[in-house]
Design a protein around this ligand. Structure first.
Ligand code: G3P
Ligand code: MG
Length: 245
């Protein structure tokens, strides 16, 4: 049995708010969601922050050069991460991971923390995200589910915090998926629904692992992959798919 939420708001509030911001988490809450996925990477001084892209230009400092791994947290946390989305979100800042964990704990939101290292910082990112998560964990809060496309980041997270469950992200399921999950002592495989087949889903489920898909944006597709055994999915369309779907 899958012990985690089955429908998860992607990047905070899907496409209804600027991704990976507190405003996105609030948007998810407003749509009744109590489960969220977001992306975390490290600043130059080793502070985990919410960000999808290692380089500036899309969601922060539009059109400018620079990136997360060469910028200190104090500067990153002042950056506007809302104006790229719409005028009504001007002033929405890049949130620190600690701030988001506290927001989610306060509102009873379960977290799928995607560890998304800047290339070259895989082990450090996995270790630090795990350390910070341990330090912020409260007795009454549910443990998050870590996930990553980076095997090394998840391995580092496992070494630091074996008690925090892990899901291995593969855009396409590779032949060695089972060996990777075993080495990581992972609970689940997370994969792109576009490349999933009923046969692959059955193999993952028969091996005893959870199966989570991204990013599923219609009820029809959600129902279809569920019929294949998929346990959970994240969605950009939190206005079209109810959290209890
Ligand atoms: O964690 C699933 C999904 O978020 C992976 O893709 O690029 O949206 O982080 P991306
Ligand atoms: Mg993600």
């Amino acid at each position: 049995m899958w012990p985690y939420p089955k429908v998860i708001a992607h990047r905070g509030g899907g496409t209804l708010a600027p991704e990976n911001t507190i405003a996105a988490m609030q948007c998810g809450l407003d749509f009744g969601y109590r489960a969220v996925e977001f992306d975390v990477m490290l600043s130059m001084d080793g502070v985990p922050v919410l960000m999808h892209d290692p380089l500036f230009g899309r969601t922060v400092r539009i059109g400018e050069a620079g990136g997360v791994a060469t910028t200190n947290a104090a500067e990153l946390l002042q950056m506007d991460a809302g104006s790229w989305y719409s005028e009504s979100f001007i002033g929405e800042k890049v949130p620190g991971y600690a701030q988001v964990v506290q927001f989610c704990q306060q509102h009873g939101i379960w977290m799928n923390v995607e560890i998304k290292p800047v290339p070259g910082y895989e082990t450090q990112t996995g270790r630090v995200v795990a350390q910070v998560t341990q330090a912020l964990q409260t007795p009454d809060a549910r443990l998050p589910l870590f996930s990553s496309f980076s095997f090394d980041a998840l391995m580092a997270a496992q070494q630091q915090a074996p008690e925090i469950p892990r899901g291995y992200l593969l855009d396409e399921i590779t032949p060695d998926w089972l060996s990777s999950l075993q080495q990581l002592d992972a609970v689940a495989l997370h994969t792109n629904h576009k490349h999933l087949t009923p046969e692959l889903a059955q193999q993952v489920k028969q091996a005893g692992y959870g199966l989570l898909c991204y990013t599923v944006n219609t009820q029809e597709r959600a129902a279809e992959i569920r019929s294949w055994g998929v346990d959970a999915f994240c969605t950009d369309k939190i206005n079209l798919i109810a959290p209890d779907f």
